[in-house]
Design a protein around this ligand. Sequence first.
Ligand code: CA
Length: 394
Amino acid sequence: MSIGFNYAALSDIGKIRQSNQDSGYAGPNLLILADGMGGPAGGDIASSIAIDHLRELDTLAESPEEALESLRSTLGQAHQELCERSTQDPALTGFGTTCIAIRRSENALTMTHIGDSRAYRLRGGELRQMTNDHSFVQYLVDTGQLTPDQAENHPQRSVLLRVLGDSQEDVNLDESHPELKAGDRWLLCSDGLCGFVSGQTIGKVLYHSETPQQACESLVELALKAGGPDNVTCVVADIVENPQQSEPQIVGAAATDRLSQVRNQLDALSQETLRLESENSDPDITTASDQAEDNSFSPARAAVPAETKNEETRVPRFRWGRITGVLVGLLVLIGLFWGALWYGMYSRPTLTPTPNLTSVSENESKDTSPDRDATATENPSQTESSKSAQSDKS
Ligand code: CA
């Protein structure tokens, strides 16, 4: 006897939103619900990225442990892509997605969850919420600052504390191994349903619907009757013996080709940026300039790898050469001065005093001062020019 899923998924844009940022997936071994955020520019892309990474896991897991490890690592990859895409395009800054994923192994389910989408399980006429919302109002309820009734209508009920993407920090998932039991009916839904239809009503619909498809249609219809202010998505799966064979279903944003379009655009933009950066840091131009400036540094410069031949490596080397020259000059002048003094002291009884020598030494000291000042003022200007070059590049 084999136990598996009979499943269905359905998504609707709702009556107010201009785009559907929810995505859902239902397959023989995998159920996913993702509710994107980040506005029309990115919410649909965010939820699609989650589905696109996870759908590869729609195979029977070897064990609950393997299922959990695969979900963790795949969600980590999705999170990484979300973070990278948001840095590629400023319009995607702050985008992210909720995500519930349930993967099946032979005798168990493995569930990972982040955000405020919900999983419910109907067993023997009793509906149980299987996830905790990672939302600000849930935190207030958990800490006794709000009652559940107050939370339902709280103006900040859409503020989330944890999502996939949106932060460079590691993903913080809720993980569990719910029992796999024939006769159970599972629902994954976005807050477009559970935010506007009561748990009691959801339970009645799940109990009375004959098939997962019928349950999805009835629940979406109820959300629309409640005003449909948000996208609404449902994934329903019955745990059954000898499940029907059917194709996986993808609904919502992930069912469109928006993600592939945006990925192509961003990848092309990224390659163009790399090409321009490569042109601007042409190592041949830098080397030619350096050689014209001072050939004495050629051996050291040749030892510097091409990618590190920038202003940061050149300026310090040049500055030390100047400073060394000035120090040597000063030592020579000090030597001349003390030599002249010694000569004046010990040769005074026999030779005519030579005031010119001291005078020459003083003049030389004065003459060197502008040079040192010039060096001192020249170096900061070089440093500034190197900084401005770097900021231009950046
Ligand atoms: Ca939503």
